[in-house]
Design a protein around this ligand. Structure first.
Ligand code: SPD
Length: 285
């Protein structure tokens, strides 16, 4: 067991004003103030290169699969149809990459508000997007996802919201009016998948998301896992749909993506939807 080392440069994310998470940093590869936020790419011995936006850690080379596979595959393996997918946010490209691993996806529209995030990730975190930027099925647009969802006439089988925490440019992506727009574009049979925060560090945010989704869709199905970078022990995503069943797993879709997955498989899919008792009780109550 090596001695704990506290000298050198450390990056500290303050989680909630009561706790923080730190990573030793060996290089600052990118630091920029874009029109929307501060964008940083750092090299770390623990997790490889990491992206931070406005001081909040977003993704890392080493554990991004845990998050990106889980935000995408439960929805894409259980939705009734997956031909047309909309990704909102996800400027590092990891979410669109996982979406486009499904052969049944004919078109993936990705709406990212901040072009500078995509440029920084393409330059410094190219493995996360991989070949996604050149995939002819990707339609990448730089615009406000809240406005796009409110105004579009397009319809989608699945909408995936890969936003940051509910501060700064992501704030409008949390809440009833945005969810009503998503409900309109996915219709009765489509599926909405989103990251829904830590149920311990951001407990109120997690339960507010569930309440708003239940109002708008009539049901919400949170699912659970962990992401090292988010440092709170437990992370959540949520599957919302007016009619689709998250446990109606299509085996052929799981099979089609299985080999490239490091975290997700059919067993993880089913297990992830089992809520810890303290969450089940509060959701039922
Ligand atoms: N607390 C940070 C949550 C970040 C969720 N989105 C990450 C984007 C990865 N594509």
């Amino acid at each position: 067991m090596p001695e704990p080392m506290t000298d050198g440069l450390w990056y500290t994310e303050v989680l909630d004003g009561k706790s923080s998470f730190g990573l030793r940093v060996t290089d600052v590869l990118h630091h920029e103030r874009s029109d929307f936020q501060t964008i940083e790419v750092l090299d770390t011995p623990m997790l490889g290169r990491v992206l931070a936006l406005d001081g909040i850690l977003q993704t890392s080379e080493r554990d991004e699969h845990w998050y990106h596979e889980m935000i995408v595959h439960p929805a894409l393996c259980a939705a009734p149809s997956i031909e047309r997918v909309l990704v909102i946010g996800g400027g590092d490209g990891g979410t669109a990459r996982e979406v486009l691993r499904h052969p049944g996806v004919k078109r993936c529209v990705m709406v990212e508000i901040d072009r500078a995030v995509v440029e920084a990730c393409r330059a410094h975190l190219p493995a996360i997007g991989g070949g996604v930027w050149d995939d002819p099925r990707l339609d990448l647009r730089f615009e406000d996802g809240v406005k796009m969802v409110a105004e579009t006439d397009e319809r989608f089988d699945v909408v995936v919201l890969d936003g940051s925490d509910p501060i700064g440019p992501s704030e409008g992506l949390f809440g009833r009016s945005f969810y009503e727009g998503v409900r309109r574009v996915v219709g009765d049979h489509g599926v909405f998948a989103l990251q829904s925060e830590s149920p311990t560090v951001y407990e109120d945010v997690f339960f507010d998301i569930q309440a708003a989704l239940r109002d708008v869709f009539g049901a919400s199905h949170p699912y659970f896992g962990s992401v090292y970078l988010y440092a709170a022990g437990m992370w959540t995503w949520t599957f919302a749909s007016a009619t689709a069943d998250p446990l109606d797993v299509k085996a052929e879709r799981v099979e089609a993506i299985a080999e490239g997955c490091r975290y997700y498989d059919g067993d993880i899919h089913r297990a992830a939807f089992v809520p810890p008792a303290f969450i089940r009780r509060r959701l039922e109550g």
